[in-house]
Design a protein around this ligand. Sequence first.
Ligand code: ARG
Length: 251
Amino acid sequence: KAAEPATPASGAASGSTASTDGTAYTVSFDASYAPFEYQDDKGNVIGFSKDVIEAVGQKAGIKFQFVNKPWEGIFETLNTGDSDVISSSVTITDERKAQMDFSEPYFEATQMIAVNDAKGSDIKSFEDLKKGKHLVSVQTGTTGDIVSQKLLGKDSTQIKRFESMPLALKELLASGVDASVGDNGVVQNFVTNNPDAKLRTIVDPTFEKEHYGFAVKKGRSDDLLQKINTGLAGIKSDGTYDKIYAKWFKA
Ligand code: ARG
């Protein structure tokens, strides 16, 4: 199932405002995030999160249109009206909850470190990044960025930020950094797809559980979020969610 992540395409035109009249709600993602939301060879966006939100829409009887957008600035598109929903493997955090509203969780994740032994052979734990003054790549503004800042300091020159996770991971392959920190599913997928690269993974015991949720504009007063939650509960209880999970995570 593991597929090579595609580089992000620039966002297509959207123009939303939905949907009491039957028009579609705009769902946005950074589709460079295999196996959650990414592009296949033909440029179609596929992935676990994509399947889940599509099934939610079907269950809840709501229509979605999908738009690829860069991760940076994606949350703001809820406020500008360019997106109704962000479905981009977004971790629900207290800080983000102050800015937007989230659905119930649809996936559990944690951070994972990928190490390139070319320069990171002494890295056995998250702390070791600090001790060894190692360079670490992250995707800007992700929870991987946030935990790395907590360890190394907000302005640490050890943190190399990239606009997409594939770019952060390619830098690791090229030995431009010694380690990368990101969501376990995506990091593991990349390591599995690059068996010749001698990459190693670590899940540090200090890494907390994270939960992905679908985000909507804070205080949104129509019942979109409620419909999403109803749809999600529906696909969890009728077996659809489990089928999607098995499709992507159990070969
Ligand atoms: N779960 C992480 C976060 O919320 C990373 C999500 C990045 N998603 C993406 N499609 N690039 O910060």
